[in-house]
Design a protein around this ligand. Sequence first.
Ligand code: TRP
Length: 466
Amino acid sequence: LVQYSILTSVVLKLHYWVFFLTTLLIFQAEIDVAVQLLLKLKTDYKHLTGQDYKAGCPPPENVVNQDNGAATDGIDEEDNVDPWNVSTSNAKGVDYDKLIVRFGSSKIETELVDRIEKVTGQKPHRFLRRGIFFSHRDMHQVLDAYEKNKSFYLYTGRGPSSEAMHVGHLIPFIFTKWLQDVFDIPLVIQLTDDEKYLWKDLAIEECHRFAVENAKDIIACGFDVNKTFIFSDFDYMGSSPEFYRNVVKIQKHVTYNQVKGIFGFTDSDCIGKISFPAIQAAPSFSNSFPQIFGGRKDVQCLIPCAIDQDPYFRMTRDVAPRIGYPKPALLHSSFFPALQGAQTKMSASDANSSIFLTDTPKQIKNKINKHAFSGGKDTIEEHRKFGGNPDVDVSFMYLTFFLDDDEQLEKIKQDYSSGALLTGELKKILIETLQPMIAQHQERRKQVTEETVKQFMTPRPLNFKL
Ligand code: TRP
């Protein structure tokens, strides 16, 4: 009898737990469905009103596209995007539409691309035509002002973590050069050698040397020396009282709690990291460069950058009105995929994950043939029968970045999808696109002398009218 009652009790407990766990599992599945639904509703809401959905806030009457903070986090667990890490479990790469919702920015719609074409009278750059720059903040306002003859300036940058730059690093610079040309405006480029010193195991001198070396590759993109100021933080910060004053102003108006929330700093991060975001924010304000803007603090800034830099500028846009400055506008690019696939961005520390600006034609050929992740089928027969998948094929992705001819690109896509074009043939097209492009870059870089670098990096007036 005793044993029987113990058994009954065990069985009862078992029933109870099975029931409990099953309920829990069903509940979990429901949560997942609800989260998906919520995400979709938020995207729809944003699409309709141009604004982020904020719980407990009815839609405003005048639905204009305006600023917003980061949307509720934690919805998407598979994509990880911040200034130091980018990863996703999806072979097509990061889900950028979700990122727009999460970061609270706006999608670059065809309408905006058409407007840029109308305002500049130039065919939009392929990065715009193909959605490589896919997200923005306040670009319509910049164009409204530009149409009323109120000009603006460009600000972009690079963290010089090594001497070696790869093709992915050129994306923001190629695009910024185009913007400078079509809008005819001044540009400042920040080389954050201080940032790299704080984050990496490098000496100050090394970081500074990388800044100067990287400046040569940047100059080789063709920037106009009369309209461009390139600066190393180590050099410029200490020489410009106005710049440093802005840094401290920003530091006074952002709390530790805020940067902790935005960047995920912890108690064991050094205080240099915690205060660094103010240094990346400062060039967004025109009076940080009195030699260029003559002390004016109201010149609008536009920042082209990869989307992982957005946290810095969310913070910047948040403090701007509180210290009496206009908020910088932004254009965000997607990431350039590693040769091994779009799950991560390229790493300068893995020689086989990227095409470097110093690679020889032979290295380019070998790397692409050996390492470029293919969306093709395993055998030629299967490939001919079922076709390849350009959406996960890295060679095809690279062509969308660098092959300018839209019709040719579309034909390649169709032929690859139908199986008419084989992986080897696709790779050959990419190799023949990149080899001359890199060779020309190397040729232009060779022309950049120490004297040229010094010219670009000397604080001086620039030539433009506002
Ligand atoms: N933090 C950036 C990097 O590590 C460098 C940077 C500074 C930057 N200012 C910028 C990038 C403005 C884009 C726009 O690469």
